[in-house]
Ligand binder design. Structure first.
Ligand code: CA
Length: 359
């Protein structure tokens, strides 16, 4: 006999005794939520990360919240999830905040800033350096509550069909590269294109674009990008610790009792940590596979190219600060934190990595 039937059929005394010992975990969900995503359904890392987060919320809430995940295009197209959650078509959205620069320039600081911060530094800024409060301020006008829900770690520079030997080689380059990295490429004479993940492989293979950055070995291998381009460049100067987000419709969130609100936010935090761990573990396996099995030519961007990219990046990022007061506030917080954490990491992370490498 099911517990619910048992309770229904039992006397009042039995119900009270049972209620004290066990919450009514078998009850039908009190909140049926939808999560729309910018990722192909079940795509390794991102799609599966969204699934994992939904499951975590269901389990932690004892089934009181049910979250159904939709891949890109299932309920709304990839780049319409921001509006969809804002107007309440879905309660949650899983994407990356640099996709929404058309809504708010400042949003880009919460995904990836060229030559910005690593995963560890981003999490430090968000959770303990004032970043989260600023992100909330940026999304507030859209009726959304942001959270960090995965961090990819340092990404790769991308797949190219020609070698990049000098800054001049970036001229005329048509490359899928979103956000601020794309803006930097444009300043150096390239043409950035913003395509959702599901359209990347075909665009590169058909020659519609000359180069692609997607994420890193784990995700790039899953798309088979090594079959469409010859050279795999590093480092991902444009995305040093990209935050993937889960934003929540504010009204839906406020309709939750306090304990469920905490559960949703805590599940996002757990997913954020788990995502970084997964990316780190799978990237190192996938890089090995790409190089040993698929004979991918791994190349580092020349130092002078990286130097120019950094100079241009600093200009582009500083310009955002001048666009509106909120962007200025976010920029100032970001840069102050970055400069300070760089000084600390020079004598900790970097010094250690150098020492470990024997140099
Ligand atoms: Ca990327």
């Amino acid at each position: 006999m099911k517990r619910r039937d048992f309770i229904k059929g039992a006397g009042a005394g039995a119900v009270l005794a049972g209620a004290a010992a066990t919450p009514l975990v078998q009850a039908a969900p009190q909140f049926k939520w939808k999560m729309v995503t910018t990722w192909p359904k079940n795509f390794p890392g991102m799609g599966t990360g969204a699934n994992h987060l939904a499951k975590l919320i269901e389990e932690m809430s004892g089934g009181r919240i049910e979250v159904k995940v939709y891949g890109a295009g299932e309920l709304v197209p990839a780049f319409e999830i921001f509006d969809a959650v804002s107007r309440g078509t879905a309660e949650m959205g899983h994407g990356a905040s640099y996709y929404w620069k058309g809504k708010s320039e400042a949003a880009q600081f919460f995904a990836a800033v060229p030559f910005g911060m690593t995963a560890q530094e981003m999490n430090a800024w968000l959770y303990h350096g004032g970043g989260m409060a600023l992100w909330e301020e940026v999304y507030k006008p859209f009726g959304l509550i942001p959270t960090a829900a995965i961090n990819t770690g340092v990404q790769m520079g991308g797949w190219f069909n020609k070698e990049i030997n000098s800054v001049a080689d970036l001229k005329g380059l048509k490359m899928r590269i979103p956000g601020l990295g794309g803006e930097v490429l444009q300043r150096l004479g390239g043409t950035p294109v913003n395509l959702p993940g599901g359209e990347i492989y075909q665009a590169l293979q058909s020659g519609n674009i000359d180069a692609v950055e997607w994420v890193g070995p784990y995700n790039d291998l899953a798309f088979g990008l090594h079959k469409a381009a010859k050279f795999y460049y590093y480092p991902g100067w444009h995305e040093p610790g990209t935050v993937l987000e889960c934003f929540i419709n504010e009204k839906a969130f406020k309709a939750l009792p306090k304990d469920l609100q905490t559960i949703v936010l805590t599940a996002c935090k757990a997913a954020n940590m788990d995502g970084l761990s997964e990316f780190t573990a799978r990237n190192n396996e996938a890089l090995h596979t790409l190089v040993t099995r698929h004979k991918v030519q791994l190349k580092k961007f020349p130092d002078d190219v990286l130097r120019q990219l950094k100079v241009t990046s600093d200009v582009v990022v500083a310009e955002i600060a001048a666009k509106d007061p909120v962007s200025k506030k976010v920029y100032e917080s970001f840069v102050k934190f970055r400069d300070q954490v760089v000084a600390w990491h020079d004598v900790s992370e970097r010094a250690f990595l150098n020492a470990r490498a024997g140099g």
